[in-house]
Design a protein around this ligand. Sequence first.
Ligand SMILES: *Cc1c(COP(=O)(O)O)cnc(C)c1O
Length: 381
Amino acid sequence: MTRAWVELDLGAVRANVRTIRAAAGPGVDVLAVVKADGYGHGAAPVARAALEAGATRLGVATPEEALRLRDAGVTAPVQLLGSFLDDEVDGLLQARAQLTLNDPGDVARASAAARRAGRPVGVHLKVDVGMHRHGVAPGDALDLLAQIARDPALRLEGLMTHLPSPRDEARSRAMLAPFADLVARAARAGLRPPRVHAAASAALFRLPEARFDLVRPGIALVGLDPDPSPAGPALAPALSLRARVTRVLDVAAGEQVGYGGRWTAGRPSRLVLLGVGYGDGLPYALTGAGADVLLQGRRCPLVATVMMDYVLVDATDLPRAPVPGDVATLFGRDGDAFLPLEEQARRAGLIPYALSCGLGARLTRVVRGAEITSASHRRAA
Ligand SMILES: *Cc1c(COP(=O)(O)O)cnc(C)c1O
C-alpha cells in the first residue's frame, strides 16, 4: 500500500455519461474529451468507461495523447481538438486521429499528409465565433467547407465551434447565431457536414441550441460541476485523493509548527502528518486557506504550510486516537462524509480543472468499477 493515491470510480464516469446523454436528448452523440490524461483522472480508463456508457468518439489535445489511447487498444474515433504543428501531422495520421482544421493552411497540410499516408483523413472545420483561439471566421467557412468536400484526401467529419463563456447564455446565444446561420447556408449550398458540434460540458446542460448533433463533455465526464448552479445536473464525482498518516505528534499550546512557524497551536494539539504534499499536486496555496481533510469520516483542519511530501492536520477533536497508517481523504468520499474537489480548488484559488490536471505522477492510481468484459474474462482465465 502506498502513502498517497487517487481512486478513480469508473461507475461514476458511466453514470455521468448516461446523465449527459439524457440531458442532450435522443439523436445527439457524445464525444468524450480525455485530454490532459482525462483531466488527471487517467485517459484510457475514462475513455473506456465513457465508450461503454454510450459515448462514440474521443477528443484529445496532443498527438501523444492520441497515440497513447491507440496503444491502450482504444479503436473509437479520436479527434485532435485544437491545432497541430507541421511536424505533428504525419504522427497524427499514423495514430488514426481526426484533425481539426483552423485555416486554409491546415486544409492544405492535412490534404498533403493524407496523400503521403495513402488514405483519406477525417477532418472537422472549426469556426471562431469569438473565442479567438482556433477556427476560421464564419464568413470564410463556406468556401473552405466546399474545398474540403471536393478534396478526395479529406473526409469531412464535422463542422464545429467552441464557446468562450458558456455560463453567459445571452453572450453565447449571440455567438451561436452566425454559426447556426453558417450551418443553414452550407445546407443550402448542398454541404451537409455529417455532424455539427459546439457544446462542452457547461453549454450542453445550459444551452439546448448549442447541442446540434454531438456534444463534447470533458469535466462533466468525471463528475466535476461545470456549472455550479442549483439547476445544474447531479453528476457523480469520479476521483478521490487519499493519503496515509505517517506520524502522530502532540504539540503544546503556543508552539509554532512547520516551515516559517506559520501555524501556532492555540491549545495542546494532536497533529497527524499525512504523506502527501505539493510534490503530488496538492496545491501549495491551500496553506493558510482554511482547508479541511477527512479523517474517520470527519472534517479536520489542514494546518501549517503545505510541504513537498507532507501536510499537517489538526486531529485533536477526533473521537478515536489516530495511528500511523490511518487513511485520510483530501477530496472525495469517506463513508458518509464528502469533501468536494471543487471546495479544495476554490480554497486554493484554482478552477477544478487546474487542480485535477495538476495531480502528480507520484500518486498511485487505483481504478475501481471496471466492467468485466468478455475480453478481460478471457485474459483473466
Ligand atoms: C476541452 C474542450 C472541451 C471539453 O470542455 P469541458 O469544459 O471540460 O467540458 C470541449 N471542446 C473543446 C474544443 C475543448 O478544447
